[in-house]
Write a protein that binds this ligand. Sequence first.
Ligand SMILES: *Cc1c(COP(=O)(O)O)cnc(C)c1O
Length: 733
Amino acid sequence: MSVPQVIAAPTTERGSWAEVTPEVLYGKLTTVARNLWWSWHPEVVSLFRDLDPVRWRQLDHNPIALLAEMTPQMVADRASEMVLYTRINQAHRRLKDYLNNTSRTWAAREAGVLGSKPVAYFSAEFGIHESAPIYSGGLGVLSGDHIKSASGLAVPLVAIGLFYDQGYFKQHLNDDGFQQEEYLNTRVENLPMEPAKDPNGKPITVSIETRGGTLLAKLWLMHVGRISLYLLDCDVDGNSPEDRELTSRLYGGDHRTRIRQELVLGVGGVKALRALGITPGAYHLNEGHSGFAPLEVIRERMQDDGLSFDDALREVAQQTAFTTHTPVPAGHDRFDAGLIEEHLGPLRDKLGISHQQLMGLGRVEPQNEHETFCMTVIGLKLSRRANAVSSLHGHVSRRMWANLWPWRVEEEIPIGHITNGVHVPSWLAQPMWALYDKMLGDDWLSKNYLVETWQRITRVDRGELWETHNALKSRCIEFVRRRLSRQCRRRNESEAAVDAARFALDPSALTIGFARRFATYKRADLFLRKLDEMADLISDSKRPVQFIFAGKAHPADEPGKKLIQKIANLRHDPRFGGRVVYIEDYDINVTRHMVQGVDVWLNNPRRPLEASGTSGMKAVLNGGLNCSILDGWWAEAYNGKNGFAIGNGTQHVNDEITDQRDSDKLFEVLRDEVVPLFYTRDADGLPRQWIEFMIESIATCAARFSAHRMVIDYARLCYLPCAGGMSSDMNVR
Ligand SMILES: *Cc1c(COP(=O)(O)O)cnc(C)c1O
């Protein structure tokens, strides 16, 4: 689907547009703006941009905020001037058709069993678009991509999350290069949300008993294509001032804040579904944050069907799937017995179980009084299907949780894996999209989970692919320069510094991108361990290398902030200035620019701590090559000619040795493989072998790491069996 041609002739419209009043036109645009479907349709994005390109950028690409600044007459005037009538009508009609026609979708053919009993998908964050700041990083973007693909495939699914009115923080660096956090209040009226209503049309508020009083949460509804995303929000009358702020910030506060948020997400989420009149056929707990949800479902089953606790638990577990996302210990929430009793006590009374029994559900050794309550453990105990998010992460998770099944050998630990994927249209640059339209045949997008769909890319004209990539690279560098000069201006730096930022980076140099959370295990500074060698590589006059960095550190993560500082301050070092740059305030918009434009996507975590990683998959779609430690998804994707491996996957007993060896390997692969391949050109100036790598990367990775493939796997291996459809065993290997 490429950007449609503007058709100026009014007679091509359905009906005559002479009859279209400004109000009707404005109404159609508003309808489109209120479903995040628009965000993965480039022709609709460009339509909003054309209404007012400057404000569009200033308003974080938020069409509701943009329309709020315009009257219907202003929109109509702009539409005449820019000949937008046809495009507005088309966008509106496409959205309507999309919502009304599901008969030719994957789920209509393969997932009929789910029918009126949808999957309830729980996640603490959803990254859908930069204008809806209710995500922090990879987990949220994955949830966003999951529900977008569920929408595309028409899998019956409702999503449950929390509404954070201050979201995650906005990041900037002070003069010293140290991260500063700023929390802004999101204006609810500028988000595509409305109060969710019960079947009688009444707005929904759920209440949750704790030992310390009742906690209330109201419910919002956000439309993401065909998917309803329900968000719980504690900012309601009747809550204490402290509780009103409970859901203000993502991953803010202490343990008590955290357990209360998770209580709202899990228990509140199940109550919300009941108030909506939705009876899920399956429950999917995306990460341990929602681990309390099955307890409330068990309570419902005991009350509705007169089951005993044990029987209800068995049946609910049969309906529940759990996904674990990290082997990093700090990534698994743990609560002490006091917090559990305070928050789950009243529910425990209704379940008729003792405090010890409840604690036992969150412990590896149920009787061990010293063990805290772990959300991953309850997730594993209350679900019959559990999975990790890559093959390697499956191995690591089975070993990590083997003590839960002490009588089983490791291969029989019931944790499988479903490797993550990315939502293709959300990350694909428009020019690449146009190229795929030409090469891959009709319907390639809806069949993007099939390996054969992408095989035809092998026939692409090498020069055309290279030109397309270079155009995207220039666009990325333009974006980076704009951001850098803005950063300089904010720090009140000299005009000379602002000017230098305007000319940072060289559009013809080998460009390496690194953007993700600055968690220390991701080792953003690995390349600096060989400082002098790297400096030589970077400033090589014939074959220069340059780096673009971005990423936030968690507000409480001092070592992570020091990493940022170290890299950002390289700009003061003449060997690196203008060649190693750091972009502030990483978000979905920055990701999109970076993954669409860089030559190489770098990922060097300490193996095996990167459960999957997804940003590299986004680069693949746009012709970027991955250069990565053999960890997470790359351990199963790398084949020797579709990108680069740092080292060979060996692990060392101690971090210091591992880091030293890995930095040696990183330097070697850059010097001996990446740089020569990129700079070896033929008579036409084409890096022939490099382009072959790009094609091999797309052909071997695009289908396997698409979110459509991922959601289909979840449907087959989890949702259908959970909902009582055909059963299928997860690949445990
Ligand atoms: C894709 C994405 C991530 C995931 O990064 P990985 O380190 O590859 O897991 C994080 N944050 C944002 C904003 C993203 O778009």
